[in-house]
Write a protein that binds this ligand. Structure first.
Ligand SMILES: Nc1ncnc2c1ncn2[C@@H]1O[C@H](COP(=O)(O)OP(=O)(O)OP(=O)(O)O)[C@@H](O)[C@H]1O
Ligand SMILES: [Mg+2]
Length: 472
């Protein structure tokens, strides 16, 4: 199992539209358990690819000793196309483990897993004796499986040794200290402003006394000139001192700025209103051509404004059922199906299959909303955090997992649906975006079908009924 330490030296990752991180240096001893955390698009997956030797950094190097055997599982294992998300992951993981690796690189491994599979993965990770570097947004995994954090944030990678909870506490304390310092500087600024005003009033007063004394011939003009000079010099000195203080203040403020957190601002309108039935399935069955009946005896209906979950274990056919509602030509179905036109359904699938790899973010929106002007498309994208020209023109194949999720939501919002079908939507989302998505889904007025293993998400979005598919 042993391997010599891995050396990461002055690693930088820069793209035309952004600096992901610069000058990252670290030594990874054998057996270290590291989680890479950070917001969507911060460069976590690319860092893992660099460590795996599959991506050239902008500068710096990674020295992997020859006795390292590496197992790598990418974000959504792309290789096994015809399988569900969890099956793809399980196969890629099995393949990686078959090499008996002493270095395991995992990118968002819990994304598509149901409760049982999650638990067995966590157990495997806890007992794994090699070096673990895992990218994750999953708090439970971060708590139970790692003791070192690499936080990609603000163009740097910060290393923290300790538990995830220690780190959250530490960040909270740092933030509080900065906020206190800022408040203190703000008070100083007010005081300085007051001192400056008092000084100006005093100077004006002494000048007018001088002028009066000359007028009353109390002082000869020469004396008055000397006195005025003296007063001006004193006032000048005080002003210089105050200016200096002010400059120092501005400098400390610039050094102390809290990192700017840009939050998405999108909303999701619905087409239509009322509470009529928009979907009903009576005696339905679905399957693939190779296995025509995967699920049978499907009976449920949904009204406008209602929301339901499709529940079931990995591989039970949840996505197939969603595909049948969407009239996917690869899915065979029988029974009585009354479903909305596909144009009235907003669909977010777990692999972001509605996006074309070679398109730009701009093209993806312009395609579904041809009525929008160039400026309106840009404005729409900006609400979903695609702001700079390079972000708007970036090829979809180059977007990170979370960015693809955000763009898929932007596409749905550009063409308000009557029914939303969301398949594992919280996978890949960073905490801020996840919170925002929960808020907008709560306010969505149309009908909604959600496939998710994330109980907290379902509850907070207000999904109270569930249709459970095949207990196989
Ligand atoms: N070849 C490329 N050209 C331009 N930009 C790229 C390229 N490859 C990746 N990027 C950008 O680099 C950034 C980092 O991508 P990466 O996939 O590493 O992010 P991440 O931290 O894993 O995000 P997520 O949490 O969403 O998975 C993204 O903004 C992505 O669009
Ligand atoms: Mg990623």
């Amino acid at each position: 199992m042993y391997h010599s330490p891995i050396q990461v030296n002055g690693l930088s990752l820069l793209f035309p539209q952004k600096v992901c991180f610069e000058d990252f240096t670290a030594t990874v001893e054998c057996g270290t358990r590291i989680a890479v955390i950070g917001r969507n698009g911060s460069g976590k997956s690319t860092l893992l690819k660099i460590l795996h030797g599959a991506f050239e950094p902008s500068s710096g190097s990674v020295k992997i000793p020859p006795n390292v055997v590496c197992g790598y599982v990418p974000q959504v294992a792309e290789k096994f196309d015809a399988c569900s998300g969890s099956q793809r992951f399980q196969r890629a993981l099995t393949e990686a483990l078959s090499r008996d690796p002493n270095l395991l690189l995992l990118d968002e491994p819990t994304n598509h897993l149901d409760g049982d599979n999650r638990r067995s993965l966590m157990r495997m990770l806890q007992s794994y004796g090699g070096t673990l570097i895992v990218v994750s947004h999953d708090a439970e995994l971060l708590r139970s499986c790692v003791r070192t954090l690499w936080h990609v944030d603000g163009g740097k990678i910060k290393i923290f040794t300790g538990t995830y909870d220690d780190y959250i506490r530490e960040i909270g304390m740092q933030r509080l200290a900065v906020e206190e310092k800022l408040a203190q500087l703000e008070r100083q600024k007010m005081e300085m402003h007051g001192a400056l005003m008092r000084e100006q009033r005093r100077a004006a007063k002494s000048k007018s006394i001088g002028e009066k004394n000359v007028k009353r011939r109390k002082w000869l003009p020469v004396v008055a000139h000397d006195k005025a000079n003296g007063a001006e010099k004193a006032a000048g000195k005080k002003r210089v001192a105050i200016d200096l203080k002010k400059r120092k203040f501005a400098e400390s403020l610039a050094n102390l700025q809290l990192p700017e957190v840009i939050l998405p601002k999108f909303s999701l309108p619905a087409a239509g209103s009322g509470n009529h039935t928009i979907l009903s399935i009576v005696g339905g069955s679905v399957g693939r051509r190779s296995a025509p009946i995967l699920l049978a005896g499907i009976n449920f209906s949904l009204r406008f404004g209602e929301r339901m979950a499709i529940l079931g274990k990995n591989g039970s056919g949840k996505s197939t059922l969603a595909g049948a509602i969407l009239c996917d030509p690869d899915i065979v179905k029988s029974g009585n199906w009354s479903v909305p036109r596909s144009g009235d359904i907003g669909y977010l699938d777990q692999h972001y299959g509605t996006l074309r790899a070679e398109d730009s973010a701009f093209a993806a929106i312009a395609e579904v909303a041809p009525q929008l002007s160039h400026g309106e498309v840009r404005k729409h994208l900006a609400a979903f955090l695609f702001r700079k020209n390079e972000e708007v023109e970036c090829q979809i194949s180059q977007l990170s997992g979370g960015e693809k999720a955000r763009l898929s939501l932007a596409r749905i919002a550009a063409k308000p649906p009557k029914l939303l079908i969301l398949d594992e939507i919280t996978n890949n989302l960073d905490l801020e975006t996840r919170e925002h998505v929960i808020q907008i889904l709560k306010n969505f007025r149309g009908a909604m079908i959600v496939i998710s293993h994330d109980g907290d998400f379902l509850e907070r979005v207000g999904v109270c009924s569930g249709y459970r598919v095949g207990e196989n």
